[in-house]
Ligand binder design. Structure first.
Ligand SMILES: [Zn+2]
Length: 138
């Protein structure tokens, strides 16, 4: 299984709205891997639950598993992906399996550090909502 990693790198700093960390990681992987058949399934690991755009891109790239750390209540799409029917979609792509909660505590700490140092902005306020998510039971 190939691993591709993304981190908390808001696209706003790049001056573009359609740039999310997971999407950037997949675009870089796509450039490296090209159109050749992959000998190993692709797995995307990100700190934040992907949005619908990023999950759609994962499906188009042929990612088999998406692993994320912390949920994104405002726009996370894991619940949407769970409703996609298994099997082949357009151009033979399959919906990826999505797993959340992996290294959740560490990821929330990243969001806390960001909110402690970033200047006031809507991005900072949004990140605070992620940092302040309650602990999960268990
Ligand atoms: Zn996204």
């Amino acid at each position: 299984m190939k691993w591709e990693f993304a981190c908390l790198t808001p696209g706003r700093g790049r001056g573009r709205r359609l740039v999310h960390a997971g999407l950037l990681a997949m675009m870089e992987s796509d450039e490296r891997l090209g159109w050749a058949d992959h000998s190993e399934p692709l797995r995307l690991a990100v700190s934040l639950e992907p949005c619908v755009m990023c999950l759609g891109a994962a499906m188009a790239l042929g990612v088999r598993e998406v692993c994320f750390a912390v949920e994104s209540p405002a726009d996370g799409a894991a619940g949407v992906a769970a409703t996609w029917q298994r099997g082949l979609g357009r151009r033979g792509h399959q919906a990826p399996a999505v797993y959340g909660g992996i290294r959740r505590t560490e990821s929330r700490e990243q969001f806390r550090r960001y909110t402690a140092t970033a200047p006031d902005s809507p991005m900072r306020e949004w990140a605070r909502t992620i940092a302040d998510l309650p602990d999960l039971p268990g």
